[in-house]
Design a protein around this ligand. Structure first.
Ligand code: ATP
Ligand code: MG
Length: 426
């Protein structure tokens, strides 16, 4: 019986046509991050499980239900990273990167969460993560939002993403608020669903972002976090908003925005699109000053965001803002005795002469007609044609495949390179 091994549910192959799109998007992300003077950091994909349970919080969806956790051969409990912030903070503390210095960092790569797979939600997905350390804000809070807004502009989707923003205050302010929220929830306990009942005593703030509409209605009468915030917290928030106003970045203050992970304080934000259906949040982040200390560092400052690349690419393709590039500019066709070495050499010379040109050397023999068919199918713009005569004279044939009137021209590879360059720049 033939083996029928398939990929794991919710973990996708990204096929050649798609990687072309991914690379285009990643290039824009990398270039923008460099413009803002952020540096790349690369962390392992696997960490000790207690890093995540400590950083993200025991009673969060991610740690309770979504982690890929296993014992390795030494009996250590390890987990595939469900997000990047915990590992990034761990790496910075381990290598002393946050001691008396600031950092502006980014990473890109796969994350793993055991969720129910659906459009925009997978078990292996990819994030761009940005993290800043050692800066108290509010200017840096605004900067990371400006950075995301710049990305949307460059990708041509700034009209399709809305910024939602909130402040969660400081831990002590939240503690006072939590107490009165729990009282309210307990008084209305019979109106809550199972999830919210459970969260009332484990993570009451999470009740605020329930999707249950009846409970949402009930929550309109609940105490508001904003009334428990001190002057400093409010000033921080207003300063962030004022910078956004000056930059012309529109936002909606959403008091129900609490974010899924435990570690946030002060500014939190999400970028949401109405073109994505249920999985609408493309990017989310905020401040998490307490996390450094929680993971064994000194009291410090940290903030950042995670951007879901699958959702971003889905949005770009849905809106028709992203098309695959052709991956062949020049197809080298050849036929004749001992022509293989000549065609390999000509193809390499052309790649040296025009470095950003995509040159495919035909391999596998066959007559010219068959080779031209291949060039057509791959939508190559030019053909370089090599036969025994070209081999003897050290010349090449060049033909513009998009121009029906073009006749094959015989010239040196240097001349061919110049012609190709000038035709491409038109
Ligand atoms: P959601 O509310 O959609 O579950 P989240 O709050 O769990 O998102 P974060 O932990 O903030 O998400 O991760 C940041 C971003 O990563 C999200 O805004 C989203 O774009 C993306 N993301 C999160 N989980 C998934 C997933 N399972 N599949 C694809 N993308 C995801
Ligand atoms: Mg989630």
């Amino acid at each position: 019986m033939a083996l029928n091994i398939q990929a794991i549910r919710g973990m996708n192959d990204i096929l050649p046509d798609e990687t072309n799109l991914w690379q285009k998007v990643e290039k824009i992300l990398r270039e923008t991050l460099a413009q803002f003077s952020y540096s790349e950091i690369r962390m392992p994909i696997v960490e000790k499980t207690n890093l995540f349970s400590r950083a993200i919080g025991e009673v969060t969806d991610v740690v309770e239900k979504e982690m890929y956790t296993f014992e390795d051969r030494s009996g250590d409990s390890l987990s595939l990273r469900p997000e990047g912030t915990a590992g990034c903070v761990r790496a910075c503390l381990e290598h002393n990167l946050t001691y008396n210095q600031e950092q502006r960092l980014w990473y890109m790569g796969p994350m793993f969460r055991h969720e129910r797979p659906q459009k925009g939600r997978y078990r292996q997905f990819h994030q761009l993560g940005v993290e800043c350390f050692g800066l108290q804000g509010p200017d840096i809070d605004a900067e990371i939002i400006i950075l995301t807004a710049t990305l949307w502009k460059k990708l041509g989707i700034d009209q399709h993403l809305q910024l939602q923003i909130n402040t969660l205050g400081q831990a002590n302010e939240r503690a006072a608020y939590k107490e009165s929220l729990v009282k309210f929830l307990e008084a209305n306990f019979d109106k809550l669903d199972e999830d919210c009942k459970r969260r009332t005593h484990t993570n009451p703030l999470r009740v605020l972002d329930t999707k249950n509409e009846d409970i949402q209605k009930l929550l309109e009468q609940a105490p508001k976090l904003f009334d428990y915030l001190g002057e400093e917290t409010k000033a921080h928030f207003n300063n962030v908003l004022s910078i956004l106003d000056h930059m012309g970045i529109k936002y909606e203050i959403n008091q129900k925005l609490v974010r899924g992970l435990d570690y946030y304080n002060l500014t939190v934000f999400e970028w949401v699109s109405d073109a994505l259906g249920a999985q609408a949040t493309v990017c989310g982040g905020g401040r998490y000053d307490g996390l450094l200390e929680l993971l064994g560092g000194n009291q410090g400052y940290g903030l950042g965001f995670g951007l879901g690349l699958e959702r971003l690419i889905l949005l770009l393709t849905t809106l028709g803002k992203l098309e695959a590039d052709n991956n062949v500019d020049v197809y080298v066709v050849s036929s004749g005795n001992n022509i293989e070495a000549y065609s390999a050499k000509i193809a390499c010379q052309l790649r040296d002469l025009v470095p950003n040109l995509k040159v495919r050397n035909h391999c596998g023999g066959g007559n010219f007609k068959r080779q031209f068919k291949k060039a057509d199918k791959l939508q190559a713009r030019f053909a370089i044609i090599l036969g025994e005569q070209e081999l003897q004279e050290g010349l090449v044939g060049l033909k513009d495949l998009r121009d029906a009137n073009s006749v094959q021209q015989s010239c040196s590879i240097q001349e061919a390179a110049l012609t190709i360059k000038s035709l491409l720049s038109k």
